[in-house]
Design a protein. Structure first.
Length: 326
């Protein structure tokens, strides 16, 4: 015989409920209703229960900017009044850039699909930015290269991307074809949550439309200029949508550049070959730039470390620590 708690867990699992969230509930919390935020608006939130979408009643002086699509919250079961937000398992956020505040992108994402394309928009340095972003957020990155059907050698693009990080999954798809769903199925099962990031024009919203299928209002996509493969109009808001495979997808606005800040752990994972060499340097705080006895520069001289990787590591490391620009 199953307990009421077990039954509640089973009802919420299709929405992405996991033991991580269940363990945060006190005995008093059991009287509240867990909901998952599916859209954040300027002055209101909507969320999903096992019965469907509900409007969340906001307490006074609560800022919706403190909440992200994918967050789990507890509300009063009758009034729908927001009581508290549960701790996040993962959080994607764009750091403050100049006077702009930190922008929450998505919460509790299991897998981040970093979407690029097999054409002139393919850029290793940009993909590295997104990888550091995903690593630091605590979500699994997967690079998805679209427009493979239009490339002379899609495998070459895949091979280059796969070399950016150890153990990195890289797949090539035609975002408009149903086969893309089968290719991405390992990360899109029942209860799983994925988010997509990528520059404008790479087919990100088209891929979301394919993953979600029919029966919903499709994300608006724009034409792409022939000369530079850039899109003219793409998604401008974030929302949570059910996929045909039973999981959930969060689309995000197209981002041509991503400023990084305080993502040291993400960079350590991304540039593991440099991270592992650093302890062998003569000086503990070696910048791998000019110091004598630098094991990293010695590896470059020996031909075992790509000098372009070291150059990109320096740039991102400086930017992350606040000592460099884009």
């Amino acid at each position: 015989m199953t307990s009421p708690d077990d039954q509640a867990f089973a009802r919420l699992q299709p929405l992405g409920w996991q033991g991580f969230f269940e363990e945060q509930l006190s005995q008093d919390d059991r009287a509240l209703a867990p909901l998952r935020i599916d859209a954040v608006h300027r002055a209101r939130l909507t969320a999903l229960s096992d019965q469907g979408q509900v409007q969340v009643t906001m307490p006074p002086r609560v800022d919706t900017a403190d909440y992200a699509v994918g967050d789990w919250i507890l509300v009063h079961p009758v009034t729908g009044l927001l009581t508290r937000r549960l701790d996040r398992k993962a959080l994607l956020q764009r750091p403050a850039d100049g006077k702009r505040p930190t922008q929450l992108v998505a919460a509790n994402v299991d897998t981040l699909f970093i979407v690029g394309s097999c054409n002139a928009d393919f850029n290793l340095a940009r993909l590295e930015r997104y990888l550091a972003f995903a690593n630091d957020a605590g979500t699994e990155p997967v690079i998805v290269l679209t427009k493979a059907d239009m490339a002379e050698d899609a495998e070459d693009f895949r091979r280059q991307a796969a070399g950016l990080q150890r153990g990195l999954a890289v797949v090539t798809v035609n975002a408009r074809e149903p086969d893309a769903v089968a290719t991405l199925k390992p990360w899109c099962g029942a209860g799983a949550t994925v988010a997509l990031v990528g520059s404008s024009g790479v087919g990100k919203s088209t891929l979301v439309n394919t993953l979600v299928g029919t029966g919903w209002q499709k994300q608006q996509t724009g034409s792409v200029r022939e000369g530079d493969s850039k899109g003219r109009h793409t998604t401008t808001s974030r929302s949570l949508h059910a996929m045909t495979g039973g999981g959930w997808v969060i689309d995000t606005p197209g981002v041509r550049s991503l400023h990084l800040k305080d993502v040291g752990e993400g960079l350590d994972i991304l540039f593991a070959e440099i991270t592992e060499l650093a302890p062998q340097c003569k000086f503990r705080n070696c910048t791998h730039d000019h110091e004598p006895g630098c094991a990293v520069r010695a590896a470059v001289a020996a031909g075992t470390l790509d000098p372009a990787r070291l150059d990109r590591w320096r740039k991102l490391q400086a930017e992350s620590s606040g000592n460099g620009g884009r």
